[in-house]
Design a protein around this ligand. Structure first.
Ligand code: GLU
Length: 419
């Protein structure tokens, strides 16, 4: 689904969320400004020699929002929607996400403005390598550690690791996470975000003495997060009654066969035309009468226009920033529980942290160890957020932001201002 034109820029949403948390915490203007302002921003040109010999110049960014709790951490996005304000918002959300999950990282994000569908694999390799070389002065295992995000995956991470290592003269597996296993990746990283989405959904249900068995789920977005979330929800007994991607949406009230859907996706590149399911619009998917709606694509999906149509009782944000502040207010009024992005999709960066720890120690854990430690981290994070929500009468998003902002502010206070 594409962003609607009337929706605010993600940075407007991110700043409003921070302002609300700061007001709740009673922080002064100086601290608010400090928490609002990215520590470092790099704009780069990414010249690309196309396969036909022509030269194209793309734009790229890396933003380090905050590093008080540790090195900057966050993915790299390849999308035609990437601009500096989107990257700023995503970097700020990473600071809060790492703080809610209580992992020792700050927040960063990067991106290249490119629609990868229009480029060959060889061109995308050259884009990845040149972009890495351009941001190399500010990344590193102790400075800023990239990872996959929209339209980038393990292969891109291997190229980033290789390019950075070539520049250093030795292998540096800790410079990037989400790598393939063969070059220092972690077991369980690819499915980690989705596993975390399911853990927090189960936690919300558990608080209501319910389970996933028999629950209906609509998954908006069938990329890395949405597709694996659908598979894990289904494996736990839920029924996936609708999915979508940027090409279209489909519905099957008896439940989609997710394994067959993966095969269809691999063969055709889209969920569209999957046998046995009915085509619906993306807007229809958001309004379906399901128990759980999982927006797993991009920002600004639940807006003032779409939020009033939501019938799901639980919205779990696999994507970053899918809900605008206006939509949040509408959903809250309508009694919909929103499990916020900075908690719901933190599983990815949690296992990125595990990968970084493993790479720095050159000692790798078993899949069971990764899965168990991920679940533990997610349950502790959820427990903390649920407790503050109850204590202060806040929605889960506000509670998560209050915890995150407080943790970052505390680290800042203890470290002080240099000089
Ligand atoms: N891009 C993912 C996110 O938005 C993962 C970031 C990471 O693992 O560093 O959380």
């Amino acid at each position: 689904m594409t962003a609607t034109t009337s929706a605010p820029s993600p940075i407007v949403t991110a700043r409003k969320q921070l302002a609300d948390a700061v007001a709740h915490l009673g922080y002064d203007e100086g601290l608010h400004k400090y928490l609002l302002t990215p520590r470092r921003e790099l704009h780069v040109a990414v010249p690309l020699k196309r396969d036909d010999g022509s030269l194209e110049v793309l734009g790229g960014y890396r933003v380090q929002h905050n590093t008080d709790r540790g090195p900057a951490k966050g993915g790299i996005r390849f999308s035609e929607h990437v601009d500096i304000d989107e990257v700023r918002a995503l970097a700020m959300w990473m600071s809060w996400k790492c703080a809610v999950a209580d992992i020792p990282f700050g927040g960063g994000k990067g991106g290249v403005t490119i629609d990868p569908r229009n480029y060959s694999p060889a061109e995308l390799e050259r884009v990845t390598r040149r972009y890495t070389a351009e941001i190399a002065p500010i990344i590193g295992p102790r400075h800023d550690i990239p990872a996959p995000d929209m339209n980038t995956g393990a292969q891109n991470m291997a190229w980033i690791m290789d390019t950075y290592s070539q520049l250093q003269g030795y292998s540096v597996p800790g410079v990037v996470t989400g790598k393939p296993l063969a070059v220092g990746g972690s077991l369980g990283r690819e499915t980690a975000t989705s596993a975390g989405v399911v853990h927090v959904t189960e936690s919300v249900l558990r608080d209501r003495d319910e389970t996933l068995a028999g629950k209906t789920v609509a998954v908006q977005g069938f990329g890395n997060v949405g597709s694996h979330a659908a598979a894990i929800f289904a494996a736990k007994g839920a029924r996936i009654t609708a999915v979508s991607d940027r090409y279209g949406a489909l519905r099957c009230d008896d439940g989609l066969d997710v394994t067959r859907l993966f095969a269809h996706m691999a063969a055709t590149g889209s969920v569209v035309d999957f046998e046995g399911a009915d085509a619906i619009s993306n807007e229809d998917l958001l309004a379906l009468d399901v128990d759980i709606l999982a927006p797993c694509a991009m920002e600004n999906v639940l807006t003032a226009q779409t939020a009033p149509t939501v019938k799901a009782r639980i919205v779990v944000e696999g994507a970053n920033g899918p809900t605008t502040p206006e939509a949040d207010a509408i959903l809250q009024r309508n009694g919909v529980t929103v499990i916020p992005d900075i908690l719901a999709n933190a599983g990815g960066v949690v296992v990125s942290y595990f990968e970084w720890v493993q790479a720095n120690q050159t000692y790798w854990w078993t899949a069971a160890e990764v899965a168990e430690r991920l679940e533990q981290k997610m349950l502790i994070a959820y427990g903390g957020v649920a407790e503050v929500a109850k204590r202060d009468g806040l929605a889960l998003r506000d509670a998560a932001l209050v915890i995150a902002v407080q943790r970052v502010a505390e680290a800042h206070r203890l470290r002080g201002v240099y000089p």
